[in-house]
Design a protein around this ligand. Structure first.
Ligand code: C2E
Ligand code: MG
Ligand code: MG
Length: 635
């Protein structure tokens, strides 16, 4: 019988025997009730004692059971915890309060390659990398990490002395007096994560070719540098660099050589600056330098000179050796501005000026440059409106045949009638239109207008003139050019054979294959090609042979110096002779005097164009020039 039921049962048995005795005594008429009462009392007391005893037994039994149960639960929990720690996916270390290792789990041994006994009783410092191998900013695992509640990322050391990153959590164990007895360290190897993170950061902030800072990082550092300079009353210098011959080297020696060149430049630039400065590559051959915390701005020019000097040393690219020059634009903060965006623009403007001044030099930003840049922006804005408002028109300058004295061709020259500023010469806006890409639209209009007006001239006067249209570099490299020309011809009904396209030498210098292809496509339509301003660029008579061109235009600069400059005369006569050998016609432009004309006639130049014959004429003037009543037509 269970103890829990023993007590009430005993009590019931006692009470039953006591009452039955009492009832039996009364029924039998026993007279000795005192004795009976005494016996009954004794029985009752015994019953109570027995009952109490069985109750105490019952309670003791219950408590014992609870204790056993609690013990079993504890044991189970401990075994679970033990298994969790032993088999944990994280490395677990337990040290004493001084950092002496008391326990390591299996994961720790697998990760560090230490055997259990090799680290037990050792200080946690056995896992610390050498501090002198790292800068002060790298967090290393050490006793210093043992705090009551700490977590962070630290660099640790394996048995093989390989370093690896861990995310660790440290918690302290206290005794009943609140004294730390142990530290429990849980560590997760995050080396792969860290590497991936670093790679992503590198991709986002550094140039993949040179490893230099990219634009994003550079602008950020510029921002910081300007703030710090203002705080410490110092200056920041910003350099924009552009390699003068990079494109040519890339085009002639190939992209691999170009990349190699950029790598050498990057290395050389790094040697010109201090550790706290930043060298960046914004793209292509555009490098920037940030000089921080400058106390004496007078030194900036000498740094620029040093850079120019170092970059000018020969660079070996495979078997070739090249020498490059560089242009540098410089701006200084806070003197020239404090906004990173503006400083970048300033340096860019100064660079542009450095190039304009003949390259291979440096130029400091000035307020004048800023004014000029603002003017350029204004012109760009106005150019956009000019297209929409039809403010452009064409003048035509006749070209005289020096053998027949007749005029069969004209050159179309664009003019801009500005609503408030009046006439603006092409030299003032063609460059900006080129830079902004607006030249594509403007140029398209010129081709259409020239064809339309020459067709109209034919309709009005019966004169079938050839017209030469100037192309800009951008237009020439635009693959839609052939379509634009063919549209203009179809739309106007002007014969393609009478259309001449003028290109400059510099346009032909890059990517010969594409150039020749573009020229052939133009010629396939029936139009002809003229090289304008011949002699002003990298003139090379030899490459003329390979180009499908029809006419050479001797640059005005040579004609201008005839007959005073013997060189100009020799060059002009040589160009005419070689051009004829190659079956090309020659036009001399800028003919202003009779001496010049005579020289050209003697040297068998084919055509002449210049103020001596006629200034550029408006369409109306040209029509008058060729109208039957006008005598000059027969001149
Ligand atoms: P360019 O093609 O060499 O045009 C000849 C320039 O010489 C014209 O200047 C013309 O007015 C000028 N000129 C002609 N004869 C004489 C002379 O005897 N003496 C002097 N000193 N100059 C003379 P313009 O019209 O100012 O044009 C300048 C340049 O602007 C042109 O040089 C051409 O490169 C460019 N240009 C003109 N029209 C267009 C166009 O429609 N499209 C493009 N892309 N460029 C154009
Ligand atoms: Mg021209
Ligand atoms: Mg010209």
């Amino acid at each position: 019988m269970r103890t829990s039921r023993l007590f009430p049962t005993l009590l019931l048995v006692m009470l039953a025997s006591f009452s039955s005795q009492l009832v039996a005594a009364v029924i039998s008429g026993q007279s000795d009730t005192d004795e009976l009462l005494f016996q009954t009392f004794i029985s009752g007391v015994l019953a109570i004692i027995l009952g109490a005893l069985s109750f105490i037994l019952y309670r003791l039994n219950k408590r014992l059971k609870l204790t056993i149960q609690a013990h079993q639960v504890n044991e189970h929990t401990m075994s679970k915890l033990n298994s969790a720690v032993t088999n944990s996916g994280a490395s677990i270390l337990i040290t004493d309060h001084n950092g002496k290792i008391e326990y390591v789990n299996q994961k720790f041994c697998r990760t560090t390659n230490y055997l259990h006994h090799e680290v037990i009783e050792k200080s946690i410092d056995v896992l610390s990398p050498k501090s002198h191998d790292h800068d002060g900013d790298t967090p290393l695992l050490s006793k210093a990490c043992l705090k009551s509640n700490w977590e962070g990322e630290v660099l640790c050391l394996k048995k093989s002395k390989t370093e690896f990153w861990n995310a660790i959590t440290v918690s302290a164990v206290y005794d009943k007096d609140r004294q730390i007895t142990n530290y429990v360290i849980s560590a997760i190897d995050i080396t792969a994560l860290k590497t991936a993170n670093n790679t992503m950061q590198t991709l986002a902030l550094f140039d993949s070719l040179t490893g230099l800072a990219n634009r994003r990082l550079f602008v950020d550092r510029l921002h910081q540098s300007v703030l710090s300079a203002r705080r410490h009353n110092k200056s920041t210098a910003l350099f924009f660099l552009d390699l003068d011959q990079f494109k040519r080297i890339n085009d002639t020696l190939g992209h691999q050589a170009g990349d190699q060149l950029l790598l050498v430049v990057a290395e050389r630039l790094k040697t010109c600056v201090r550790k706290q400065d930043t060298v960046a590559r914004l793209g292509g051959d555009e490098f920037t330098i940030l000089l921080n915390d400058i106390s004496n701005t007078d030194k900036i020019a000498s740094i620029a000179e040093q850079i120019l000097h170092i970059l000018k040393k020969p660079i070996k690219l495979g078997k070739q050796e090249v020498i490059i020059s560089t242009s540098i634009g410089i701006t200084i903060a806070p003197a020239d501005g404090v906004c990173a965006d503006n400083l970048m623009k300033n340096a860019d403007m100064a660079l542009y000026k450095a190039k304009e001044k003949g390259r291979d030099g440096y130029y400091f930003f000035t307020e004048d440059l800023n004014t000029r840049a603002n003017n350029l922006m204004q012109i760009e804005h106005e150019l956009r409106q000019a297209i929409a408002n039809n403010e452009f028109y064409l003048d035509y300058q006749p070209q005289q045949n020096l053998k027949t004295n007749e005029v069969h061709s004209v050159e179309a020259l664009i003019r801009w009638r500005h609503p408030t500023r009046g006439e603006i010469a092409p030299a003032e806006f063609i460059g900006i239109a080129e830079e902004t890409g607006l030249i594509i639209k403007i140029g398209e209009w010129v081709i259409h207008q020239a064809c339309r007006e020459m067709r109209q001239l034919y309709d009005e006067t019966g004169k079938a003139l050839r017209v030469a249209v100037n192309l800009s570099t951008r237009q020439f490299s635009d693959l839609r050019l052939v379509n634009i020309v063919s549209e203009a011809i179809t739309e106007s009904g002007f014969p393609a054979q009478n259309l001449e396209l003028e290109v400059t030498e510099s346009m032909l210098m890059h990517d010969m294959e594409t150039v020749i292809d573009q020229l052939n496509r133009i010629k396939a339509m029936g139009a002809t090609v003229t090289i304008d301003d011949f002699g002003s660029g990298y003139s090379s008579l030899s490459y003329l042979k390979s180009l499908p061109v029809d006419t050479l235009k001797v640059d005005r600069e040579f004609v201008r110096d005839i007959p005073d400059d013997i060189n100009a005369m020799e060059i002009t006569s040589a160009v005419i002779a070689v051009a004829h050998k190659l079956n090309l016609k020659v036009v001399a432009e800028g003919v202003e005097t009779e001496d010049q004309r005579d020289f050209l006639i003697i040297n068998r130049c084919d055509f002449a164009q210049g103020f001596l014959y006629s200034r550029p004429l408006s369409y109306e003037a040209l029509r008058a020039y060729f109208s039957p009543q006008d005598d000059r037509r027969r001149a």
